[in-house]
Design a protein around this ligand. Structure first.
Ligand code: GLA
Length: 729
C-alpha cells in the first residue's frame, strides 16, 4: 500500500518507489509536514516535530505556532506569516481561515479534475489520499488530494474548495500544491526557466535568498516569459548528484509559483493559478477545483529528476496515441513561403520534399478567409479557394499521390478586427466596456469562457477537418490576453474570465480529441509560449520556439528538457542565414539539433543544393534509426550550453541496448586539441558498436574514458557530431 495511515500517531506516509512524503495531524487538528525525501520506513512523529520559536510567533496555548511549523496547507491571517496557499473572502469581508482536520479517505485510482488536465493511471496502479480540512466558522471545506503511482516517484497534488455554508464565498487564492522543507543545513538554489518570444525557457540557477520569489505569468497563457515548472536544489546539486525538488503545474494560463526562504531557514514552495489575475465566486453548495501540480524529490541530481518527469508525463499525462508512435517527418511551409503561396507552390515544395523521404506537408498560416497578411481574417475558418484552387480536399489528394499527408494550421482562440466573425459577433472577444482593446499581432482574443464561442469554433474546425484528409493540426496562439473581461459575466465574476478562457480552450481540445482521437496535434503559441505539462495532456508535441537557429535552439531545448520529454519538443531544420538571428550554421548541425526532438523541415526544399538534398536523405534515414530512442528512451544532458564549451546530450533506450549521442561546439576556438565526452546510463559490461562505422567500445570505457572530439582550427561555429550505437551482442 503506497499510502499508509498510522492511527496512533495520526501519521500519513506516502511511499513512492524511492521516496517518502510524511505528515501528521497535530494539536488542534492542524496538519504538520514532517518529511519529503528518500524513503524512510517509519516515522516517529514526536521526534520530527519542529520546536517552535517563541518570540513574535503567536500561539493559542504556547504549545505550537503556525509561524514556524511546516504545513500542508497555509491559511492567510491565522499565524502563519509565510505565503498562504489559500485565501477566501467571506461574507463578513474577512479572509482569515483556520483549516483543521475533518476526515480523510484513501482510495484506489485517481480522480479526474472537471474541465482541467490531470494525470491518470489504471486503478490498480495509483492510490489517492483525499484529506478533508474544515473551517468551522464559515463552513468551508478544503480538500487536499495526493496521488501516488506504483511506477513513479512523482506525486500528483491538487486542491478543492467546497462551500458548505449558507453564504457565498470568494476564492482569491488557491494553490494547487504547497511543500515546506525545513531545517536543512545546506544552502539551496532556485532553478527557473524564464525567457521571451524566440528565447524560451533559458535555464537560470540563482542562490535562493531570503523572502518570496515569484515565478509567474499574467499573460493569460503560460507565456514565453516564465515556465510553470521550477526546481529548488542543494547548492551542490549537479546533473548526476544532489538533492533536487521539482514542481510543475498542469495549467496553461496565468500561474504563480512562489518560493519563500523564511527567517528560520525553511523553504516554502507553492504553485497554482496566479492570484493576481483571479478570483472565483463560490455559491453555497458549490465547489472549485484547482489545477493539478506534480512534485518530485531526488538525491540523484537534475538528470534523475528530468528522467522521472519525462517517464511520468509520457505514461500518465499525455493521452494522445501518438505519444509512443514515430512522428511523421514533415515540411512546414511557414519559413518557406510565409503568406505568399498557392496550390502550385505548395505542391512543388511537397514534391521536392517527398523525394527525400518527407511524409507530411504542414500548411501553415494563410490558407483561410482573406488572409494574405497578419492583419485580417482570424476567425474566418473557411478555405481560401483563390489561393488553393480545388481547396484543401484537392491538395490532400495531390499529396496522397506523392505518398504524403496534409497538416493544417489553426489559431482558434483569436479573432481579427477585419474578419467576418468580428463583424458578426463583436462581443465575442475579451473586452472591458469603456476601455480600448489593445492589439497584439494585430488581433484580438476570443472569450473562450463562452460556450457558444467554443461550439462555433468546434463546428468550424470540424467542417474543415471533415472536408479533407487532414492528419495533423498545428494549434497556434499568437498573443497574450489584455482587457480580460467578458461581455456575459456579472461584475463580481469578471476576475473569473482568465481562468474561464483556459477552461474553454481545454474544452475545445476535449471536443477535438473526442471526435478525432487519431489526429496528431502540435501545440504552439508564437513558438513555445504555451509549453507546459497541462497542454501535453491534450497534445503530444509543442513547437519549441520560433527561433530555429540551431545554436539558440541548444539553450531552448536544454531548458525545455528539464521537465518535458524530448518527444514533446517540436524541432525543425530551417534555412540559413537563419530568419531570426541571421546566422549560418551547417545543414548537418541543424539536422543534429532538430533530431533531438520531433523532426522536420521548415524551408524551401525546392531550393536545396544537390549536396543538401543528399544530406537531407541521410538525415531522414538517421531520424528513423534515432527517433524511437528519442521518443521513449532516457535523456542524459552530458554538458550545459550555459557554461560548457561543448553541448552534448545522449538518449539511451530503456533496455540500454542502443543509444544516440550528439554534440555541438557552438564557438570554434583555435589552437585547442581535443575534448573528451564521457557518456552515461550505459550497461558497463555491454559492447556497443557504432551503427555506421562498426567501431566497438565497452560501456565502462564509454562512461569512464569517453569519446574524443578532435578540435580543428577553422572548423567554424557550430560544428556537430551525432553517433548511434547498438549492442554488439
Ligand atoms: C506563430 C508560429 C509560427 C507560425 C506563425 C504563423 O508565430 O509560432 O510557427 O505558425 O505563427 O502566423
Amino acid at each position: 500500500m503506497p499510502i499508509l495511515f498510522d492511527e496512533k500517531q495520526k501519521l500519513f506516509l506516502l511511499n513512492t518507489k524511492n521516496t517518502t512524503y510524511a505528515f501528521a495531524v497535530a494539536e488542534r487538528g492542524f496538519l504538520t509536514h514532517l518529511h519529503y525525501g528518500p524513503k524512510i520506513a517509519d516515522c516517529d512523529v514526536a521526534a520530527m516535530r519542529r520546536p517552535f520559536c517563541k518570540s513574535f510567533s503567536p500561539t493559542l496555548d504556547n504549545i505550537d505556532s503556525r509561524d514556524t511549523a511546516l504545513a500542508e496547507c497555509a491559511c492567510f491571517g491565522s499565524g502563519d506569516f509565510r505565503t498562504p496557499s489559500i485565501l477566501v473572502r467571506q461574507s463578513d469581508g474577512h479572509a482569515v481561515l483556520k483549516l483543521t482536520y475533518k476526515n480523510h479517505f484513501i482510495r484506489k485510482g485517481k480522480v479526474k479534475i472537471p474541465g482541467l488536465p490531470a494525470s491518470f493511471a489504471p486503478e490498480a496502479d495509483v492510490e489517492t489520499l483525499e484529506m478533508i480540512l474544515v473551517d468551522e466558522k464559515c463552513r468551508l471545506e478544503c480538500v487536499l488530494l495526493y496521488s501516488v503511482f506504483a511506477d513513479s516517484d512523482v506525486i500528483a497534488r491538487s486542491a478543492i474548495v467546497r462551500n458548505r455554508g449558507g453564504e457565498a464565498l470568494r476564492i482569491e487564492k488557491l494553490a494547487s500544491c504547497l511543500l515546506d522543507v525545513g531545517w536543512e543545513i545546506e544552502k539551496f538554489d532556485l532553478v527557473s526557466f524564464p525567457g521571451s518570444w524566440a528565447r524560451e525557457r533559458r535555464f537560470r540557477r540563482t542562490p535562493l535568498s531570503d523572502g518570496v520569489h515569484t515565478l509567474a505569468s499574467a499573460c493569460g497563457i503560460t507565456s514565453h516569459r516564465m515556465n510553470p515548472a521550477f526546481c529548488v536544489c542543494s547548492r551542490e546539486a549537479t546533473e548526476e548528484h544532489g538533492r533536487v525538488y521539482g514542481m510543475a503545474l498542469l495549467y496553461s494560463g496565468d500561474f504563480a509559483s512562489e518560493i519563500e526562504l523564511d527567517p528560520f531557514g525553511s523553504i516554502r514552495m507553492t504553485t497554482g493559478i496566479n492570484p493576481a489575475c483571479f478570483a472565483w465566486e463560490l455559491q453555497s453548495g458549490e465547489e472549485f477545483h484547482a489545477p493539478e501540480a506534480l512534485m518530485i524529490v531526488t538525491d540523484g541530481g537534475f538528470g534523475d529528476m528530468s528522467r522521472s518527469m519525462h517517464d511520468f508525463i509520457r505514461a500518465h499525462v499525455m493521452r494522445s496515441p501518438w505519444k509512443s508512435r514515430p512522428r511523421p517527418v514533415l515540411v512546414n511551409n511557414w519559413e518557406a513561403t510565409y503568406f505568399d503561396f498557392n496550390g502550385e507552390k505548395l505542391l512543388a515544395l511537397a514534391k521536392s520534399a517527398s523525394e527525400l523521404g518527407v511524409e507530411m506537408l504542414v500548411l501553415d498560416d494563410g490558407w483561410f478567409g482573406k488572409r494574405d497578411n497578419d492583419r485580417c481574417a482570424l476567425g474566418d475558418w473557411v478555405e481560401n479557394t483563390r489561393k488553393l484552387q480545388g481547396g484543401l480536399s484537392l491538395l490532400s489528394k495531390e499529396l496522397q499521390k506523392l505518398g504524403m499527408k496534409l497538416g493544417l494550421w489553426f489559431e482558434p482562440e483569436m479573432i481579427s478586427e477585419d474578419s467576418d466573425l468580428f463583424r458578426a459577433h463583436p462581443d465575442w472577444c475579451l473586452q472591458i466596456p469603456g476601455r480600448e482593446k489593445l492589439m497584439g499581432r494585430r488581433q484580438f482574443v476570443l472569450d473562450m469562457g463562452r460556450e457558444e464561442v467554443v461550439e462555433h469554433l468546434f463546428e468550424r474546425m470540424r467542417a474543415i477537418l471533415d472536408a479533407a484528409e487532414i492528419a495533423y493540426v498545428k494549434w497556434d496562439c499568437n498573443r497574450y490576453l489584455t482587457e480580460v473581461g467578458s461581455a456575459v459575466l456579472p461584475p463580481e465574476r469578471q476576475m473569473e474570465a482568465s481562468h474561464r478562457f483556459v477552461l474553454g480552450t481545454y474544452r475545445l481540445h476535449e471536443l477535438l480529441l473526442e471526435r478525432y482521437p487519431e489526429l496528431l496535434i502540435e501545440g504552439c503559441a508564437g513558438g513555445g509560449g504555451r509549453f507546459d505539462a497541462g497542454m501535453l495532456h491534450y497534445v503530444p508535441q509543442i513547437w519549441c520556439s520560433d527561433d530555429t537557429d540551431a545554436l539558440e535552439r541548444l539553450s531552448i531545448q536544454y531548458g525545455t528538457s528539464f521537465f518535458h520529454p524530448c518527444s514533446s519538443m517540436g524541432a525543425h531544420v530551417s534555412a540559413c542565414p537563419n530568419h531570426q538571428t541571421g546566422r549560418t550554421i551547417s545543414f548537418s548541425t541543424r539536422g543534429i539539433v532538430a533530431l533531438a526532438g520531433t523532426f522536420g523541415y521548415e524551408l524551401d526544399m525546392t531550393k536545396l543544393s544537390e549536396a543538401e538534398r543528399t544530406e537531407a536523405r541521410e538525415q531522414i534515414a538517421l531520424y528513423r534509426k534515432v527517433h524511437p530512442i528519442v521518443l521513449e528512451g532516457d535523456l542524459y544532458r552530458l554538458t550545459s550550453p550555459e557554461c560548457d564549451p561543448i553541448v552534448a546530450w545522449q538518449n539511451v533506450s530503456k533496455d540500454r541496448k542502443s543509444f544516440v549521442v550528439s554534440w555541438v561546439i557552438p564557438h570554434c576556438t583555435p589552437q585547442q586539441t581535443a575534448l573528451r565526452i564521457r557518456l552515461r546510463g550505459l550497461d558497463p559490461e555491454r559492447v556497443y558498436a557504432d551503427w555506421k562505422t562498426g567501431e566497438r567500445f565497452r560501456g565502462d570505457f564509454l562512461m569512464n574514458f569517453g569519446l574524443i572530439h578532435e578540435l580543428r582550427d577553422r572548423a567554424g561555429d557550430g560544428a556537430g557530431v551525432i553517433r548511434v550505437f547498438d549492442s554488439a551482442e
